[in-house]
Write a protein that binds this ligand. Structure first.
Ligand SMILES: Cc1ncc(COP(=O)(O)O)c(C=O)c1O
Length: 368
């Protein structure tokens, strides 16, 4: 019987790092530096350098970082932020948390990312920011988005939760916008052993206010300048991320190798495969294929013990939580087609060529 191929294999990533992780976690226990602390500060410096940015501010999740990004840009009640309906819901949460309205524009059929051509017509006097997502690890087309932002004097926020180290025209994403936000959720390309996130910026004032907002709106203990949050990164997560960050480039190469192998083996199947745009170097957080018979293919793979997933089955404009926005089926046809057809295959640096060959063979068998 063939071995199961999990959709995600975190144990395979942790195994070779286990001794190092045990040691830094033990050190944190000895130091009792549980909330922020020296490991978080060091990781912030290292991650800022990795992004080519002046500041990285550690958070307890990517969602918290996005929320604070909206506050830094003074987005508030009645304002609008232009974003994509084809993403994880947290992108929109940040907008809702400050009382603003997510204004969706449709995506580009090829990259699944927000279509820059559609931004301008969605701008109104209430628009306060544009927040696309580097989805699945593939950068959105930054230049045309920035051009619209410049023309309308709107700040750009990069939701970089899925794209640590991805490159746009040779430059690592994360400093194209005024602010970018990363997630270190365990399954991300750089994942904590728990929750984590970061806000990255070149702006000194943004970084200082982000540090204050994540810690109860204070820079001096028990003195609170504004209503803040407990959004601190845990010391243990800072230590774990510090162990993992030096491996990230090599892991990205492993993901890119796996993507190339999939491409080589699946290119003659009826599947639509992910392709990098000419401006992009994807970090393949996900490997998302498309087909109208997606649901049957998913069942077929699962019957052969191959894990797969849907990112994302229901676009945000059709979610119950956003019914009040008044959208209807058909509002964003490219997004809805993508939601019907997308299927995420297993991809991680440890995925072997043999495993990829088996996934490809099972897919070919489906189309026979
Ligand atoms: C695109 C996107 N934005 C935001 C988030 C939120 O990050 P977190 O889960 O760390 O809060 C995630 C991941 O979960 C995500 O994939």
């Amino acid at each position: 019987m063939d071995q199961a191929i999990p959709y995600l294999d975190l144990p395979a990533q942790l195994r070779p790092l286990r001794k190092e992780l045990d040691a830094v976690i033990a050190r944190t226990l000895d130091n009792c530096s549980f909330c922020l602390g020296p490991d978080v500060s060091q990781f912030e410096k290292d991650f800022a350098k990795f992004c080519g940015a002046k500041h990285a501010v550690g958070f307890n999740s990517g969602t918290s970082a996005l929320h604070v990004a909206m506050m830094l840009l003074n987005v508030g009640q009645g304002d609008e932020v232009i974003t994509t309906p084809h993403t994880f819901v947290a992108t929109s949460w940040a907008i809702s948390y400050v009382g603003a309205r997510p204004v969706y524009v449709d995506i580009d059929d090829r990259t699944f990312n927000l279509d820059p051509k559609l931004i301008e017509r969605a701008i109104t006097p209430r628009t306060k920011a544009v927040m696309p997502v580097h989805l699945y690890g593939h950068p959105f087309d930054v230049e045309p988005v920035l051009e619209v932002c410049r023309r309308h004097k709107l700040p750009l926020v990069e939701d970089a939760a899925q794209a640590h180290g991805a490159k746009y025209r040779g430059r690592v994403i994360g400093t194209f916008g005024a602010i970018s936000c990363f997630s270190f959720y365990p399954g991300k390309n750089l994942g904590a052993c728990g929750e984590g996130g970061a806000l990255v910026t070149n702006d000194d004032a943004f970084a200082a206010r982000a540090r204050s907002l994540r810690e109860h709106g204070s820079t001096q203990r028990y003195y609170h300048d504004e209503v803040g949050f407990n959004y601190r990164m845990e010391g243990i997560q800072g230590a774990v991320l510090g162990v993992k960050l030096p491996h990230l480039d090599q892991w990205t190469q492993g993901r890119r190798r796996a993507a190339r192998k999939y491409h080589e083996l699946l290119k003659d199947t009826p599947l639509q495969l992910p392709r990098e745009a000419d401006y992009a170097e994807s970090v393949y957080h996900l490997y998302v294929v498309r087909h109208p018979r997606r649901d049957d293919l998913k069942k077929h793979l699962e019957a052969h013990k191959i894990g797969c997933a849907l990112h994302y089955p229901l676009p945000l404009h059709l979610q119950k939580c956003y019914a009040s926005l008044g959208h209807h089926a058909g509002d964003f046809p490219v997004t809805q087609k993508a939601a019907r057809e997308c299927l995420s295959l297993p991809i991680y640096p440890e995925l072997t060529d043999d495993q990829i060959q088996r996934v490809a063979a099972v897919i070919k068998d489906f189309f026979k």
